[in-house]
Design a protein around this ligand. Structure first.
Ligand code: ATP
Length: 849
């Protein structure tokens, strides 16, 4: 049995003493609760309720609430409302800390038993809310938990723990007496595979801690209690609020700053104040007999926070008091202009109120003074160079010569062409697409055609990019060569480690894919070498195939489910008049190395002897096309992720140009990618099909790629499904026979399919209804938009499928949005390559595990 014991504080798992011989471990927890602990919880309750009294979905997740379960969100609402209403002068909810807490494995029933010792208190006769507080957000898998106890009301309560959960909220039953009590609560999961995760959540690893806390409403019978606002509790609240404020809203960038300039005052040297300032320092300042001034100078992304301790005369004190009133209004204005959230304003307002209360309640005075009242906050400045293709960036801020002052972003962007080892600027501007840019300096991200993109977050950081092309590295000096070798070896080692680690995590399927898909570079280049190899053709005798029902009818062929040598197969039958389409598709399937997990398995082809029609036999995809599946099913995060990853891997493989054991697979552009041309296998992984419009990107004398397809480009959109066509293909603004435009067109279509998949993912809509499946632009233009309408919408208006707001609140939603935006960019060269999409998805997954 595993047991942790807590004495009224954090369950400090690092203090667990493991006794390997016994099945029981006991931990004595530190009794220290951080001063802000309860205050922080009250702040969350205060802030997580909207202005209209509504609860955000994120709040439900934060408190582990399942929608429609008990305790209903109304408990949280009531508690939040109360905390909010009483935040100034009223009573805060009463808090009771269990004097001890244990968690033990319930071997007979499964799950764990939580035991809390509660000292005698009259509060126990009241309704209560039991909060189990995790140290940090829960990571790992989602868990649906059931808690059962006679001390709970109702006795059985459900909790849905997700990665956003920091508190578990249960409702307690009032007791008939107020004597010492022991609460025993049994927690279990429905699924057996989650049992280990449950143990880990409460008593597993060394880093997890949870603190139990009973909250009693100030209104449920104890409102008659006197509600003094003591000076010490005010000080604590002020301290905690100040910490929160500094944590969230004062930038952490260390910048040398001038001291507080208040000429008439005798100023001590200012100390830099930020969230790393210790609570002791802050407490010391609050308790000091001198006036403390917090000066938020030059509010903005690079502004420092300062404070000075000043000795003041009564007259100056009064002057400052007045100034506080004026400047706080200006500060509010500034916050609004800076698009700082409502939460920032509320926190500042509360801080101000607390400081005022503090002033009345005690002898010390605390002021918040903004010394930059008239100066507007500095905004991000980026190097500006406009290229004709990117007019949208002109809207990102005011341009003056080669400088752009950003409006609603703190990110700069740069696009550079790498030509003969030289950088050539394509575009530099404020980045209106990226809202988060962690890098200080330009970090290269490869795109198509040796274009490099960088996004960064310091002034003028997009001026240039440090990028050494592979060619340059190859011709380095001896020193350079040595450095290069070391770097390459390190990168290879790192890469191997990452591959090993990822493969180990991902299991066999990824390993298989890596073996089958040796191409992992982000860059796609078409091998200029002539290669006309073909794999062995496989001719199938028509009489060996048993045709069953029709499973699909396309523009050129009919697809049947059938049986061949005892296995389920799909047979695509082309009428005699479509021989060219048949040959084009067969040619792609018969290319060397086309056997890949992401491409439907080709078994062979043949002709029907009597009616001169043709057929292709392939593996049968049990779930049909992705389009028909999404029309009927919404999907979980895991399914959506696996579908998107396998689809991107398939396209990346199709695009790759490979040499393997002397065999060459040329790059292939699909050119008709749509959710109808993606099939779902039994394990819900995606495979590509329908290659009759594809282009094999190779150069062979007498066998130029695309030769058989070029006539498709003449008259209009015969190749490709209209709504998936990229802007440049719709406009026919590019050389349609250019290999990179074909690959870039595929990536654009890939983005639209990924969007279709994510739009059916219940996780990304939290508790809201998942919308019906829609084709890209169906909502805006109907199911069969005309060529003209599409050009107007996609090219002239630069519109893309809309991304629902709930995605913005989830880290994975934001990342998906970024991937989509980078794939459907109107600038084809700026799009990600398919293999980069795979890498992005992989890193999204590893950051989520
Ligand atoms: N291997 C397969 N397993 C199961 N169903 C399949 C398979 N191949 C095709 N289908 C079904 O048949 C439909 C049409 O297939 P496909 O796209 O290859 O035909 P097409 O005539 O080339 O169509 P298009 O009009 O897209 O060119 C698919 O959308 C799918 O529903």
């Amino acid at each position: 049995m595993l047991m942790l014991q807590v004495n009224g504080g954090l369950w400090n798992h690092s203090a667990v003493t493991a006794n390997m011989d016994s099945s029981e471990k006991v931990a004595t927890a530190t009794a220290s609760i951080a001063p802000c602990f309860v205050d922080d919880i009250l702040a969350v309750l205060r802030e997580d309720i909207g202005r209209e009294g509504e609860l955000a979905n994120s709040s439900l997740s934060l408190f582990g609430m399942c929608s429609g379960s008990d305790p209903s969100p109304s408990v949280l609402l009531k508690l939040s409302e109360e905390v909010r209403r009483n935040q100034r002068t009223g009573p805060e909810p009463e808090v009771l800390h269990p004097s001890a807490a244990h968690v033990s494995v319930a071997e007979a029933e499964g799950g764990v038993v939580l035991t809390f010792d509660l000292q005698s208190s009259t509060l126990l006769k009241l309704d209560s809310v039991l909060l189990l507080v995790f140290d940090s957000l829960v990571t790992g898998r989602n868990l649906d938990l059931t808690f059962i106890s006679r001390s709970l009301q109702p006795q059985q309560q459900s909790v849905c723990v997700s990665e956003q959960t920091q508190y578990i909220l249960l409702t307690g039953r009032p007791s008939t007496d107020d004597s010492l009590q022991k609460w025993r609560i049994h927690a279990s999961t429905k699924s057996f595979i989650n049992k280990e995760a449950l143990n880990n959540l409460f008593g597993g690893g060394n880093n997890i801690s949870v603190t139990p806390l009973l909250l009693f409403s100030a209104q449920t019978g104890i409102s008659s209690r006197p509600t003094p606002v003591s000076s010490s509790s005010l000080q604590t609240s002020f301290l905690c609020e100040l910490k929160r404020f500094l944590d969230s809203f004062v930038p952490q960038v260390a910048v040398a700053s001038p001291p507080v300039q208040l000429d008439t005052l005798h100023s001590l040297p200012p100390l830099r104040l930020d969230s790393s300032s210790s609570e002791a320092l802050l407490s010391g300042m609050i308790n000091s007999s001198t006036v403390t001034i917090f000066s938020f100078k030059n509010w903005g992304p690079v502004s420092p926070a300062q404070h000075g301790e000043l000795s003041l005369s009564a007259a100056l004190l009064e002057e400052l008091r007045q100034r506080l009133g004026e400047t706080s209004v200006q500060l509010m204005q500034m916050i609004q202009e800076e698009n700082v959230s409502d939460r920032a304003m509320e926190r500042l307002q509360r801080l101000r109120e607390l400081s005022e209360l503090q002033k009345k309640a005690a002898t010390e005075c605390i002021f918040i003074v903004c010394t930059c009242s008239s100066a507007s906050a500095p905004k991000r400045r980026c190097v500006y160079y406009d290229s004709p293709r990117n007019h949208q960036y002109t809207q990102a801020g005011r341009v003056s010569g080669s400088v752009q002052v950003c409006e609603a972003t703190s990110c700069c962007v740069g696009f550079f062409w790498m030509m003969d080892g030289q950088q050539k600027v394509d575009l530099q501007a404020c980045d209106m697409h990226e809202h988060s840019c962690p890098d200080m300096h330009c970090k290269p991200q490869p795109r198509f055609n040796k274009m490099i993109k960088c996004v960064c977050k310091t002034d003028f950081c997009n001026s240039n990019i440090s990028w050494i092309s592979e060619d340059e590295e190859a011709v380095g000096s001896p020193d350079g060569t040595m450095r290069t070798t070391i770097a390459v070896v390190s990168v290879v080692l790192l890469f191997l480690m990452v591959c090993f680690w990822t493969a180990a995590k991902r299991g066999r399927s990824f390993y298989q894919h890596t073996r089958e898909n040796p191409s992992s570079s982000c860059d796609v280049s078409v091998n200029p070498q002539c290669s006309c190899q073909e794999a062995n053709q496989s001719i199938i005798d028509h009489s060996l195939i048993e045709l069953q029902q029709v499973v699909g009818r396309g523009r050129f062929a009919t697809v049947f489910q059938g049986k061949y040598k005892g296995s389920a197969v799909a047979v695509k039958c082309f009428p005699g008049g479509q021989e060219e389409k048949f040959r084009a598709e067969k040619e792609v399937y018969e290319l060397p190395l086309m056997k890949n997990a992401g491409i439907v398995l080709f078994l062979g082809s043949g002709t029907k002897p009597h009616d001169t029609s043709f057929f292709i036999v392939m593996q049968f995809a049990e779930h049909g096309s992705l389009h028909s599946f999404l029309s009927q099913h919404s999907i979980s995060w895991t399914s959506a992720f696996n579908m998107c990853l396998s689809l991107s891997q398939g396209l990346s493989y199709l695009h790759s140009d490979l040499q393997h054991n002397g065999v060459h697979k040329p790059s292939v552009a699909h050119r008709d990618l749509s959710s109808s041309n993606v099939l779902l296998r039994a394990d819900f992984s995606c495979v590509l099909c329908d290659f009759e419009g594809s282009a094999v990107l190779r150069s062979c004398v007498g066998r130029q790629w695309g030769r058989s397809h070029t006539q498709n480009f003449q008259g209009g959109p015969e190749v490709g499904t209209l709504c998936y066509m990229s802007p440049e293909l719709l406009e026919r603004a590019v050389n349609l026979t250019s290999s990179s435009f074909m690959l870039q067109g595929d990536v654009y279509a890939l983005a639209l399919i990924l969007w279709e998949v994510w739009m059916r993912c219940s996780h990304l809509f939290q508790d809201a209804d998942v919308p019906q499946h829609l084709l890209p632009f169906e909502l805006e233009l109907g199911p069969n938009p005309s060529w003209e309408h599409l050009i107007h919408h996609v090219c002239f208006m630069n519109q893309r499928p809309s991304i629902p707001p709930p995605w913005d609140v989830l880290p994975e939603g934001c990342e998906m949005k970024r991937i989509l935006t980078d794939c459907w960019d109107s600038d084809a060269d700026a799009r990600l390559t398919a293999s980069c999409v795979v890498n992005c998805l992989m890193s999204l997954q590893s950051s989520n595990t």
